[in-house]
Ligand binder design. Structure first.
Ligand code: IMP
Ligand code: MG
Length: 182
């Protein structure tokens, strides 16, 4: 049920998402081989992407989760980042990939990368389904990017608007009623 005043515009179909996710999984499988890989999912937004991605990997992995409070509510980031659930897997000496739904300002990933670096992993890379590159406020690059997107507000496939729409199987962009993107 759409929220009053907003329209959900279908954007990336289930088929397109599957093809993006498979390609990312192939690249990761090729790059890491038998190394001891720990994949860290950023809750909540990346949970569906994460669960699909790991099932396409052809290499052994361990999984863990972090929960960050960063976006506040609505469409604007609060700029303040807090960790509300930390990883439980030791990552010292391990190869780590952080799995994120969308890179926007880049602040969330910079915060996590800095924090994980203190634990002396062998390497840390970033995999994100979507990248709003034009919106970056800090210098951070994704290593595995599913798709670059323009600055629109996105929901579906795990990604929310005020905690709604995470369950939608495809990706939509949100516009105020009466103003479609194109
Ligand atoms: P950053 O710290 O600004 O890079 O913010 C990244 C976080 O903001 C992501 O984990 C998303 O949860 C959230 N975010 C960024 N863009 C959108 C969007 O279009 N829809 C929903 N959440 C978004
Ligand atoms: Mg998020």
């Amino acid at each position: 049920m759409p929220m009053e005043g907003y329209r959900l515009n279908p954007w990336i179909s289930q088929e397109q998402i599957t093809s993006i996710v498979k390609k990312l999984a192939e690249r990761i499988s090729e790059d890491y081989g038998e190394r001891e890989l720990v994949l860290v999912c950023i809750l909540k937004g990346a949970f569906i992407f994460f669960s699909d991605l790991i099932r396409h990997l052809q290499i052994p992995v361990k999984v863990d989760f972090v929960r960050l409070a960063s976006y506040g509510s609505g469409m604007k980031s609060s700029g303040r980042i807090e960790i509300t659930k930390d990883i439980e897997t030791p990552i010292e000496g391990k190869d780590v990939i952080i799995i994120e739904d969308i890179i926007d300002s880049g602040r969330t990933l910079q915060f996590l990368k800095d924090r994980f670096s203190l634990l002396n992993p062998h390497s840390i890379k970033i995999c994100a389904l979507l990248d709003k590159k034009a919106h970056r406020e800090v210098e951070i690059e994704g290593d595995y990017i599913g798709k670059e997107v323009e600055d629109v507000f996105i929901v579906g496939y795990g990604i929310d608007f005020n905690e709604n729409y995470r369950n939608l199987p495809e990706i939509y962009y949100v516009t105020p009623t009466g103003q479609p993107k194109e």
